[in-house]
Design a protein. Structure first.
Ligand code: ATR
Length: 277
């Protein structure tokens, strides 16, 4: 019998930690599997996925910039992926791709279980309205936050996101320039892709409190500028997205294999090799 075959699809993926994470989960649970990184830049997501399936692929994680297309390619979407409009996890069942989204559950697990945060009644500012923001917004609302303000460089995308969420009581949209009029925040979620270019979105006059929690959904180099901004503003708790990455991977592992691995040793090992965050 051949070894079950899994992959992360997107661009760029050469630096992705997902193959390491899933290899560690496989070892921990005693499941034999292969997990590789497949770059979609040359032939696109649809063709890469078709090739992968033809080669025996059973499940895929999908990352930037292909999460919206992944939701479109899936024949069946889980309720949370449908609500988000983006998929980061695909599983082949009965010959068709099923789409799911574990980004939101991954973020909430990281913040609540690893960091010990009580998300209930928090006022949350989300910077960005792209695939990453879409993926985590429903789970934050489900965790009981009191308000979600989505601030995006392009105004229409922020409004599109809150329209999709359908929670008019608790959601508001604005541009990055308009954040100042929106009051104070307990949690700021950095969900833009600006850090990949080593920059920070322009945040005119945004002043976090010392006890405002800051989290970047990116990890490694892409999270450095926001982490530096948070520290410069005296924020006591600022995290990168490594914890969320490991948690969303564990949730995907559970979708594929029916068991959830212990994330803590894998997180600790990656944290040691990737540095502070
Ligand atoms: P992802 O899947 O990583 O979210 P995406 O869907 O392309 O990628 O979305 C990128 C997000 O980062 C968007 O919210 C984008 O803002 P726009 O909608 O205005 O394009 C935001 N973004 C990227 N670079 C940015 C920058 N330099 N400043 C502010 N926002 C930026």
């Amino acid at each position: 019998m051949s070894i079950p075959h899994y992959a992360v699809l997107g661009h760029p993926v050469t630096q992705s930690l997902s193959p390491r994470i899933h290899a560690a989960f496989g070892q921990q649970t005693g499941l034999a599997l292969t997990y590789v990184a497949l770059d979609t830049e040359e032939i696109g997501l649809a063709a890469t996925l078709a090739r992968f399936a033809a080669a025996g692929g059973l499940g895929a994680n999908v990352t930037v910039p292909d999460k919206a297309e992944a939701a479109g390619l899936a024949h069946i979407l889980s309720p949370r992926a449908r609500r988000a409009g983006v998929a980061n996890t695909l599983v082949l069942r009965d010959g068709v791709w099923h789409g799911d989204n574990t980004d939101g559950s991954g973020l909430v697990r990281d913040l609540r279980d690893r960091r010990g945060l009580d998300l209930h009644d928090m006022r949350v500012l989300m910077l960005g309205a792209g695939g990453a923001a879409q993926g985590v917004a429903p789970a934050l609302l489900d965790a009981g936050i009191s308000q979600l303000v989505v601030a995006n460089r392009t105004r229409s995308r922020a409004y599109d996101l809150i329209d999709r969420l359908g929670d008019t009581e608790r959601t508001r949209a604005c541009t990055l320039r308009e954040i100042t009029g929106m009051g104070e925040f307990d949690l700021i979620v950095q969900a833009t892709s600006a850090g990949h270019d080593g920059v920070l979105p322009t945040l005119p006059d945004l002043m976090p409190r010392a006890d405002t929690v800051c989290v970047d959904l990116n990890y490694g180099r892409a999270a450095l500028s926001f982490m530096a901004w948070a520290h410069q503003h005296g924020v006591q708790q600022a995290f990168d997205g490594l914890g969320m990455l490991v948690e969303q991977a564990a949730d995907a592992f559970e979708v594929w294999h029916g068991q959830r691995p212990d994330t803590e040793p894998v997180y600790a090992q990656l944290r040691m090799s990737t540095g502070r965050g």
